[in-house]
Design a protein. Structure first.
Length: 152
């Protein structure tokens, strides 16, 4: 569950705070677990919701974008992906602007629909979609930069 928290937090200390708050909620609400699904899934949902509440307290802006991110479009060579390890990819995701990171994690990693994300974050589903597109472009741009440094 710490890994889930790390995807939404700025650093390890913040992730540990979110995790601790999550486990307190799990303990307090243990009687509400109905044994209808997996316990891990139930705990994960509490962790994600706690992380989202934490992010909302930081007042994330969902229009953050660097001008050159959407402008630069390059073709992604398959070799760009071969040099990426899991840690590299997680670092790239953690460096996304906050709005992009939250939507990217919720949609791509957690599997929520744009409608569900919109409801969770009190935004329009079109905002969720555009944030995901911007996040992907941002990541593509960063991967291209990595590819260029590896090629040198």
């Amino acid at each position: 569950m710490l890994t889930v928290c790390l995807r939404y937090a700025v650093d390890t200390m913040e992730a540990e705070d979110i995790l601790q708050e999550s486990f307190v909620k799990v303990y307090r609400n243990l009687s509400q677990f109905k044994f209808e699904g997996s316990f891990e899934g139930w705990v994960r949902r509490i962790v994600v919701n706690t992380a989202l509440k934490h992010c909302q307290k930081k007042k994330i802006r969902f229009d953050e974008i660097k001008p050159d991110v959407t402008q630069q479009q390059g073709s992604m060579e398959p070799s760009a992906y071969t040099h990426l390890g899991e840690n590299d990819l997680m670092r790239l995701i953690s460096n996304l602007p906050e709005g992009y990171k939250v939507v990217f994690n919720l949609h791509v990693i957690e599997g929520y629909s744009h409608e569900e994300i919109a409801e969770m974050l009190s935004i329009k589903d079109s905002t969720s979609r555009s944030q995901l597109v911007k996040a992907r472009r941002y990541l593509q741009n960063e991967i291209l930069k990595l590819q260029k440094t590896v090629a040198v």
